[in-house]
Design a binder for this molecule. Structure first.
Ligand code: HEM
Length: 241
C-alpha cells in the first residue's frame, strides 16, 4: 500500500510550477547530503504521481506489464547560495541495494531540461536538446551525472560533480518502509551538459526503480511530463520593498 497517496502533501500535476526554497546563509546541514537534517522539516514537500514508463524499447517491452500500480514520490527542492539540493522519498517494502545476476537494486533520478519544456521529458530530443540526469545508486550513495538526447543515448559525463546521501527507514509494517534520498551539486559546475542553475525556471522530472520488481534501465516509474522548478534570484529584496 502506498500511504503517501492518502497524505495531505500537495499533489503537483504535470506542467505545474513549484518553488525552489532558499536555505538562508549561515544555515548548514550537519553533513552535506544529510537526509535526516532538521532543515528538511522547514522546506515544503510536494507529491507527484509516478507510473510505469511506456515501453519505447524492445528490451523493456518484453518485461512490461500494463497493470503496474502508480506510486507517489515526495520531493523537495532547495538551494543555498552555492548548492542545489533535491530530496526524494517514496514507500518501498524492500531495501534492494545491489544488482546481481538475478536481482536488481533500487534507484532514483531527477532529470533537468537543458532548454525549455519543449525538450522531450522522455529523456531529451536529440543532441541539441538534451537533458541532464542525476541518477542515485544505493551502493555507497553514488550519484551519476548523465546526459541524454533521446532514449538509447544516455551518456555518463566526464565531470561528476553530484553527490548523495540516503536512509532506508524500516516502518512498523513492511509497507510503512521508505527510502529518503538527497542529491546535491554546487550551483556552478564545470563541464558540458551539467545543468545550469543560472536561470529563472528549470523543467524537472523524476524516476524511481523498484529493484524487487526487477526494474532496471528503461523499466521504471516516471513522473508524467515536466514540472517547472522556479528559482528565485539571490540578491536584494524584491522591487518596492
Ligand atoms: C516516459 C518517459 C521515459 C521513457 C520512455 C524512458 C525510456 C528509457 C529507456 C528505453 C532506457 C534504456 C535505454 C537507454 O539507456 O537509453 C532508459 C534508461 C534510463 N532512463 Fe529513461 N525514460 C523515460 C523517462 C526518464 C526520466 C524522467 C528519467 C530521470 C528522471 C530517466 C532516467 C533514465 C536513466 C538514469 C536510465 C539509465 C538506467 C540504467 O542504465 O540503469 N528516464 N529510459
Amino acid at each position: 500500500a502506498d500511504t503517501l497517496a492518502e497524505s495531505n502533501i500537495k499533489l503537483i500535476e504535470p506542467g505545474e510550477s513549484v518553488p525552489v526554497s532558499k536555505i538562508p546563509d549561515g544555515i548548514f546541514l550537519r553533513t552535506v547530503n544529510d537526509p535526516d537534517d532538521i532543515i528538511w522539516a522547514r522546506i515544503p514537500e510536494f507529491r507527484v504521481e509516478m507510473g510505469l514508463a511506456p515501453p519505447v524499447h524492445p528490451s523493456v517491452e518484453i518485461r512490461y506489464t500494463d497493470d503496474y500500480p502508480t506510486e507517489n514520490l515526495v520531493f523537495q527542492l532547495a538551494r543555498t547560495s552555492d548548492r542545489f539540493y533535491v530530496r526524494l522519498r517514496w514507500m518501498d517494502e524492500t531495501e534492494n541495494v545491489a544488482t546481481k545476476r538475478d536481482a536488481f537494486r533500487d534507484g532514483a533520478a531527477i532529470e533537468f531540461s537543458s532548454g525549455d519544456d519543449y525538450v522531450s521529458y522522455m529523456m531529451g530530443s536529440g543532441a541539441e536538446e538534451t537533458v541532464n540526469i542525476w541518477y542515485w545508486h544505493p551502493e555507497g550513495d553514488r550519484v551519476e551525472s548523465l546526459a541524454a538526447g533521446g532514449p538509447g543515448s544516455i551518456t555518463r559525463l566526464e565531470e561528476q560533480p553530484v553527490t548523495g546521501g540516503s536512509e532506508y527507514l524500516t516502518g512498523a509494517n513492511a509497507d510503512d518502509s521508505e527510502w529518503i534520498v538527497v542529491m546535491s551539486r554546487p550551483l556552478v559546475a564545470e563541464g558540458e551538459h551539467q545543468i545550469s542553475f543560472d536561470r529563472e525556471t528549470i523543467p524537472v522530472a523524476f524516476a524511481v526503480w523498484q529493484g524487487a520488481d526487477d526494474q532496471r534501465d528503461g523499466l521504471k516509474l516516471v513522473s508524467q511530463d515536466w514540472i517547472i522548478a522556479e528559482l528565485t534570484p539571490d540578491t536584494g529584496p524584491a522591487a518596492g520593498n
